[in-house]
Design a protein around this ligand. Sequence first.
Ligand code: ZN
Length: 219
Amino acid sequence: MPMTRPKIVRETRRGIPETEPPGSRKLKPHQWFSTMEKELFEVRLRSSVPFDVYISSAAEKKVRDHAERYAAGRLEVLGFLLGEVCRWKGKMYTVVRDAATTELRSSPSNVRFAPNAYPKLFHQLDGSGFDYIIVGWYHSHPGHTCFMSRTDVETQRASFREPYHVALVIDPVTREVRTFRLTGEGCEETSFAIYAAEPRKSADSPRRRKLRLKPVVAH
Ligand SMILES: [Zn+2]
């Protein structure tokens, strides 16, 4: 995959900053949360324990719009989650600031990036003006509910094996969203909150590292 000086990476090995997560007044549950999920969200919000994942309202909307655009044909969508990894009081958490995708080969039961689509994706990412890292991926299960299939777990294990790597699964038909991460056996669900995003300047992040990606496929 030819590319020039990409600004994002799929993993980070050092320099996880001690940063306070978005304040509780900025947080809200996902609009598709069930009553029980909202209650769990409120309990977590009142505790002093950070959520595992914070997703900007802009990134959340991008993912949801993408999934809904393809929902009529019951087609799956796929993309990357971009952001950063932080630490607060000994706990690591992931911030998803943006999402990016490219041409897809999609069906009702699986999806992958189109051949030769990566250069276009990198161009889009470089144009974002930020040096985000890839903190995970998203894909949709139109009408199948949200879970990690065997193929999904294999993808997670091959390309998103770090504890901060997020797998977001969205069902635009049943209107559900869940996030997962890799464990020893498979994947476990993680907590997440939506935060009201503030505009950032492109000079905010000094990161500039090497990009390595393996094929990503979802089922
Ligand atoms: Zn899947």
